[in-house]
Write a protein of this length. Sequence first.
Length: 500
Amino acid sequence: MDPLLPASSPPIRPTNPAYASSVMDVASGLTQRSVLEEQFAHPKDAYFTLRGQDKNQRVWMDNHGVLFTKAESSPAPGLPKQYQAIGQVLKNGWFKLWNGMQGSIFNTPMLRVSPNVLSGPMGETLRLAERQLTQQSNEIPYIRQQLTNCGIDGRGVTIYCLEFLQRNKDGEPEPGDHLKLITSTLSDPQQGYAPGANAQMLLYQAPKDYDIADTDTPQSILGKMVANQVKGTDALAQRIQWVAQHGQRPSVVSFSVGTNPMEEALGLYGKLKQRDEETGAYKYPQLRQKLYGAQADTLTDAKKMGHLINWMTTVWQKNPDIQSAFGRYSQACQQLNQAGITLAIAMGNDEDRLPLGLTVGKEIPRMALFNWYCLPPSVVRVAAANNNATPGNVSDDTVTTFSTHGDNGALAPTVAATGQRVFIDKYFAPGGQAGGWSGTSVATPIVAATMALMLQQRPDLTPEQLRTTLQQSASRANTTVEQTGAGIIDPVKAALSVPS
């Protein structure tokens, strides 16, 4: 029996006769025959992504759960590329590849999948499996059972939710799905962590993405990027100042938006990859050479992305306009802190978005991935944890694969909170999506809601007291300072630990 597989799992080897000859011994990692694309019921959207050492690999899944990859070349001129079986997924989401890799598709960073994009009967089966896992991970029944009898639900506290302004098709401002999920996590009567709190949306105007042209230079690109960054950061600072001056008391602020040099660099990299649909030629050949050098077409993707990421990081650290904008933002955060209001900010979800072939601390500085809105020392930086479907038991929680790490010093997270498969069923159709959502975006409102539970009991708690209580009630059994700071919070323990 494989140690990573549940005892009740059926044999991992494919038993369907149509696929019995598709594989050799597991140890060999080889296949005996190929399977053509026509054999897939949904070849275009039944796929996973397998992360490798040098590049990502698209992996298709058929209706029996068998996984295939496409061959590098056709078997003969004029014939389509063929597919080779590399492993199998079981109905409960556990997989095994013939090279020996095994685990759950819901937890591994190597075989990345969202069951919501998988078609066919197996896709439906995996959606059901993840929905069940999401329901098992739901912390709300445990929290409500422990706190309702104490009358603790966050009533009397306002939670301000900072978010980009979005507009509907008629141009009218409206809250997007991201903000709806955040406010549900905060104060939904059935599924919110602080159902008695008053969640207030606080929208601000974010800058639109900038365009590029082949006549651009590195300096003109930087000019557009800097102007965009300054505009967004100043708009955010103004909103924070408004809360400091006019916000209700007691209150906290939840902010689940991030920005960093890597995100900016990868956006530019994606634009430079664009090709003409008719000729296949790059749309910006001159700009590519200006940014990548004369050897632009011979560099690997990792080299190109690494160059842009390091370039952007250097600019962000040295550009006076960006530094001034973040200085104004930091002053607004300090003003909010002095007004007695705590700001919780998401660390970001970039830890497993780092381009393949690049290593933090070697080719890429840590500052490239870090959410720069987390820089002010007065904010509570929130990482994301996985409760491993055991709500109420923090001892086996772990950091998620995506949660951006800090370091041992000034960039470490403050705390972490559950951020994997958080159960919010209100905005998911029955039988459709999995019923939960993941990210430091959801961990942050959980921390803000926990602080609201604490402020209900002691409205005079200072930001420093809130931070200290969160840290002292956290557990770091399976994580490091770089991953979760003081550790993973237990909302019940934190709420019941409020000093009298």
